[in-house]
Design a protein around this ligand. Structure first.
Ligand SMILES: Cc1cc2nc3c(=O)[nH]c(=O)nc-3n(C[C@H](O)[C@H](O)[C@H](O)COP(=O)(O)O)c2cc1C
Length: 192
């Protein structure tokens, strides 16, 4: 596969992560720098993937530690793997925390009720509790559709580096790197 086709394939794999059902790149590992300078990483679900807009998004809780980390240092790295194909994708980019505006509202409204439960908790993610049930307030019979919205945000990632590693090729492993500068992507093969 040539590098242009590979670039398209990489974005297609990421975009498939936003489709329903099991998808290899639906959940990726998102790495940040913690406030004390140490690395931190957690799983996130890809919500939007757009090559034309150069945009990847996930949703999170404004109270979560990753938000303080991203406010201090607005860069993120993602890594994911398609274990069946032996393909790894890595993404690095600038982050914008979308905590107001129409796009945030639309993302909230598009989300399934099940996904919104986490934003309706009284305690911030990571707050110590005595037992798991203590995290949840008594469920309201019919929760207000906007309950928890104040905790909800979208994290926009503008990738500036992409990395593809394919360990499946019979004739050898292949790795390609794509770098974006001044709005233009350049590409090249690198040693795996
Ligand atoms: C399968 C899976 C998907 C997850 N998706 C998200 C997500 O999209 N957004 C999010 O904030 N946390 C998600 N989490 C929880 C995070 O991995 C993490 O535990 C939580 O956000 C707290 O992270 P922090 O303390 O680094 O801020 C997910 C966890 C799992 C197991």
């Amino acid at each position: 596969m040539n590098l242009d086709l590979l670039f398209t394939e990489l974005w297609r794999c990421l975009a498939n992560g936003t489709l329903a059902g099991h998808q290899p790149f639906k959940v990726m590992q998102a790495a940040t720098i913690a406030l004390d300078g140490s690395p931190d990483v957690r799983s996130v679900v890809l919500r939007t993937v757009s090559e034309s807009e150069n945009l990847i998004t996930f949703h999170t809780d404004l109270r979560s530690p990753k938000i303080a980390q991203l406010r201090q240092r607005p860069r993120i790295a993602l890594a994911g793997v398609d274990a069946a194909r032996n393909v790894q994708i890595r993404v690095a980019g600038e982050v914008r925390i979308v905590d107001e505006g129409d796009a945030r509202r639309a993302a909230w409204q598009r989300s399934r009720q099940q996904s919104l439960i986490v934003y309706r908790t009284l305690l911030a993610p990571g707050t110590p509790i005595d037992q798991p049930a203590d995290a949840f307030a008594k469920p309201q019979p019919t929760p207000d559709a906007d309950a928890g919205f104040e905790h909800f945000c979208v994290v926009d990632i503008r990738p500036d580096a992409l990395d593809w590693l394919d360990l499946s090729a019979a004739d050898g492993h292949q790795r390609a790197r794509f770098v974006r500068e001044s709005g233009r992507w350049s590409s090249g093969w690198v040693a795996p």
